[in-house]
Design a protein around this ligand. Structure first.
Ligand code: GDP
Ligand code: MG
Length: 298
């Protein structure tokens, strides 16, 4: 087996700080969906960055937050358990330290983790002294291995971030094939891309109430397309109404945008059919959570 340098690197932080954006920018492909809505990332997602002499395996985590329903509890467990068995942590922040951030730092202390502080969204800050002000609020809280300002969205200083990590990689085997960028199956990536489009088109309680399940994928040899059928699960008839929209406009847009991205992802022409189904209280039913894809990674 080839010996190279590698590490498992968890990307951790409050919801919405830009963890998934950072993962995708580092990998150069959308492996984790992004949106301004909370609860966008529900799973633990691996993104693999391979060079000829090293492999960085990034672990995107759902943001840590206290939720009441069973889905939220599962999401929190995924976030916390992702910290086990990693070699390095990237702690992503976008503001001065507050209670949410210090709560996360408690986890680092419990496990004496090797943590790098990444101050993200510097494109939104006016000058260097604003960055320094944020950094200063963290320095006494934990013995960070390194501190780096970045913009995940604009891809600023990401090369510097990688270079900072290289000396901390550990000699070991290649964990993943060199062309593998994610541990997500094509089916999971498809359902996540559909969910991402739904998040962009809906507000308030709807994004939380949605799950997407790929029902079937069939090769259409005649038309040289892939026929994908997906079910969008919501909790109430009113949410179904919102999703479908006036004259089905909203669902049409969601379908068009999702199809475009899935085409690009798979380099194949897709025919996408979306069906909306109401399933009362699915977020609190263990059997439903499981069949909609939540829980296996625990
Ligand atoms: P996560 O919940 O931590 O995974 O955050 P996401 O990656 O889903 O991003 C949340 C929001 O922050 C999205 O709207 C992103 O476009 C935005 N965002 C992420 N990184 C940056 C950045 O570097 N600059 C700015 N201005 N916005 C960012
Ligand atoms: Mg995320």
């Amino acid at each position: 087996m080839d010996v190279i340098k590698s590490a498992f690197i968890a990307i951790v932080g409050r919801p919405n700080v830009g963890k998934s954006t950072l993962l995708n920018a580092l990998i150069g492909q959308k492996v984790s969906i992004m949106s301004p809505k909370p609860q966008t990332t529900r799973h633990r997602i691996l993104g693999v960055l391979s060079e000829h002499d090293y492999q960085m395996i990034f672990v995107d985590t759902p943001g840590m937050h206290k939720g009441k329903d069973l889905l939220n509890k599962k999401i929190d467990q995924v976030a916390v358990s992702s910290l086990r068995d990693v070699d390095i942590v990237l702690f992503v922040v976008d503001r001065p330290m507050g209670t949410a951030e210090s709560h996360i730092i408690e986890y680092f202390k419990q496990q004496s983790l090797k943590v790098f502080l990444c101050v993200n969204k510097i494109d939104e800050l006016k000058n260097r002294s604003q960055i320094d002000e944020i950094i200063l609020t963290y320095l006494n809280a934990y013995p960070f291995e390194g501190v780096i300002p970045i913009s995940a969205k604009k891809e600023t200083y990401l090369d510097r971030l990688k270079e900072m990590l290289i000396p901390h990689l550990i000699e070991g085997p290649m964990f993943f094939p060199i062309d593998m960028k994610s541990d997500q199956s094509e089916e999971m990536l498809m359902s996540e891309l559909i969910r991402e489009k739904i998040l962009f088109h809906t507000e308030q309680e709807v994004p939380h109430a949605v799950a997407v399940v790929i029902e079937s994928i069939k090769e259409n040899i005649e038309l040289n397309t892939l026929d994908v059928s997906a079910i969008i699960v919501v909790e109430r008839a009113s949410q179904k109404q919102i999703l479908i929209g006036k004259n089905g406009e909203k669902m049409k847009n969601i379908g068009m945008e999702a199809r475009k991205e899935i085409n690009e992802l798979l380099h194949t022409k897709i025919h996408l059919s979306l069906w909306v189904k109401v399933k009362k209280d699915w977020r609190n039913r263990p059997q439903d959570l499981k069949s909609f894809g939540y829980g296996e990674d625990l």
